[in-house]
Ligand binder design. Structure first.
Ligand code: AMP
Ligand code: ZN
Length: 115
């Protein structure tokens, strides 16, 4: 429910965050519990729970999320050292916040094992 959704509240500026990027479609802000020196969340302003909610008209939005990740990684100086992009999707995927978001994680060598 978008009314109670914490990321919708951040989008509506009802909850504080320190956005590092914002446009008509997307907002990006630091994860409150970073797992690495760089840990940024890239969030569509429109409420959608996860990839299960993404329709064919949202393909451009997903592309924008990935391009913004690469830009922020570059701005943060980790483009060359490398980084990980993660979308936790649904319960088994470890999704906690039910509003689609992409994690940009880097600034240290990450464990190559996933899952
Ligand atoms: P997940 O749903 O598992 O992909 O993870 C949600 C992420 O959102 C976690 O890494 C949290 O630390 C992060 N998070 C939750 N609330 C906030 C908040 N108010 N501001 C920034 N990050 C948050
Ligand atoms: Zn939401």
């Amino acid at each position: 429910m978008a009314d109670e959704c914490i990321f919708c509240k951040i989008v509506r500026k009802e909850m504080p965050s320190q956005p590092i990027y914002e446009d008509h479609d997307l907002v990006a802000f630091p994860d409150i519990r970073p797992v690495a020196p760089v840990h940024v969340l890239i969030v569509p302003k429109e409420h959608m729970v996860n990839l299960n909610d993404v329709g064919k008209n949202d393909a451009g939005l997903l592309g924008k999320m990935l391009r913004l990740s690469a830009k922020i990684a570059n701005d943060k100086g980790i483009a060359e050292s490398g980084y990980r992009i993660v979308i936790n999707n649904g319960d088994d995927g470890g999704q906690i916040v039910p509003h689609l978001h992409l994690h940009l994680i880097g600034g240290k060598a990450l464990d190559p094992k996933m899952g």
